[in-house]
Design a protein around this ligand. Structure first.
Ligand SMILES: [Zn+2]
Length: 302
C-alpha cells in the first residue's frame, strides 16, 4: 500500500483567531516541521451575527456539544452585533504575511464570513463575484500577488461561486466535502477550477458526539491515515489553534510517526494538474454532514 498523504487546511474565521490562533499554529507547525494551507477571512469580522443561527433547527445540539461561547469568546460573538466588526485584513496583515514567510500556503477563506456562509444561497451571481472580488483585492493588497486559491466559508459553494472562481482564474479551490480531487459539475455545467475537497470530519463535528472521547477522535483520524490515500483535514484557528491546540499537537505528533507525508493543498493541486485528463468530473451538490447544521457543498460521483 502506498504511503498516505495528509493535507491540513486551516480556516481562519475571526479577528481573534487570526491574532491568537494563527501564531500558535505557526509555532507548532514550525516545531514539527509541517507546512499547511491557511485560508484567511479578509474583511469585517461580523461573527456575532452568527447568533442568528441559534434560531435555526439543529443548532442547539451542536452548540451544546462544542460550547460556542467558550470556543469563540464573548467578544467575538458580539462583533457585528453590538460592536462594529473589526476589519481582519487591515488589523492582521503582519500575521498573514508571516504565515507565508513560514513557508505555508496562503489563500482566501472569504471577505465577510457571515455574509458568505449565511447569504451565498440567495445571492445573485454579480453579488457573489463582488464578494469574492473584495477578498481578492484585500489579499492582493496584503500579499502583493493574486490569490491562487479559495476555500469557502462554511463549505458554501454553488454555480455562482464556481463561476466566480473560474473568472478569477484560481489555480484550484477547496469548498466541498468529499473523497478525492475533482472538477465540479452543477446541473449540466462543468467548471474549470479543480476542487480538492475536505475528506475527514472536523474536530468540532466529532467533539462531544457519543462514543468519541478526544483520544477516540485521535484514533479515528490516525486509523484513516493508516489506510493510505489522500486525506484533507480542515481545522479552525479558533479551535485547533486555541482551546484544542494540545489535542491537535498530539494528533500531529502521532501522524508524523506514521508512513504519511504532510503536504500543502497547492502541492497536491500541482501534482493533479500535471495530468488534467485524469481528473474526474463529479457533481457538486448541497448535502448534510453529521455534526454540522444546515447544508453544505458535497461531492457526488456517479
Ligand atoms: Zn470558516
Amino acid at each position: 500500500m502506498s504511503a498516505g498523504v495528509l493535507s491540513i487546511k486551516v480556516d481562519v474565521d475571526t479577528d481573534r483567531g487570526t491574532r491568537i490562533g494563527v501564531p500558535a499554529l505557526l509555532a507548532v507547525f514550525q516545531q514539527l516541521g509541517i507546512s499547511a494551507t491557511f485560508l484567511f477571512s479578509l474583511g469585517p469580522d461580523n461573527t456575532g451575527r452568527a447568533i442568528r443561527r441559534v434560531f435555526r433547527p439543529g443548532f442547539f445540539t451542536k452548540a451544546a456539544r462544542t460550547n460556542v461561547v467558550a470556543m469563540y469568546g464573548i467578544r467575538t460573538l458580539l462583533n457585528g452585533v453590538l460592536l462594529p466588526g473589526p476589519h481582519i485584513g487591515r488589523r492582521n496583515e503582519a500575521v498573514m504575511r508571516s504565515t507565508r514567510a513560514h513557508g505555508h500556503e496562503v489563500g482566501i477563506h472569504c471577505y465577510d464570513h457571515i455574509r458568505w456562509q449565511d447569504g451565498l444561497a440567495t445571492m445573485e451571481a454579480t453579488e457573489v463575484a463582488e464578494e469574492l472580488g473584495k477578498a481578492r483585492h484585500e489579499f492582493f493588497r496584503i500579499f502583493g500577488e493574486p490569490a491562487a486559491t479559495a476555500g469557502a466559508a462554511g463549505w458554501q459553494a454553488n454555480a455562482h461561486s464556481l463561476e466566480a472562481y473560474d473568472s478569477a482564474g484560481l489555480r484550484y479551490a477547496s469548498d466541498a466535502r468529499g473523497t478525492h480531487p475533482f472538477l465540479p459539475r452543477v446541473g449540466q455545467k462543468v467548471f474549470n477550477t479543480l476542487q480538492i475537497p475536505t475528506t475527514l470530519p472536523t474536530l468540532d463535528e466529532l467533539l462531544g458526539r457519543r462514543g468519541y472521547s478526544e483520544l477516540q477522535i485521535l484514533d479515528l483520524y490516525l486509523g484513516k491515515l493508516r489506510t493510505g490515500g489522500l486525506h484533507v483535514l480542515t481545522v479552525h484557528a479558533e479551535i485547533e489553534g486555541m482551546s484544542k491546540l494540545p489535542l491537535f499537537r498530539e494528533f500531529l505528533a502521532r501522524a508524523l510517526a506514521l508512513p504519511v507525508r504532510i503536504q500543502r493543498l497547492c502541492d497536491i493541486a500541482e501534482e493533479r494538474l500535471r495530468t488534467p485528463q485524469d481528473i474526474p468530473v463529479c457533481d457538486l451538490t448541497q448535502g448534510e454532514v453529521d455534526g454540522r447544521s444546515g447544508t453544505l457543498a458535497v461531492q457526488r460521483c456517479a
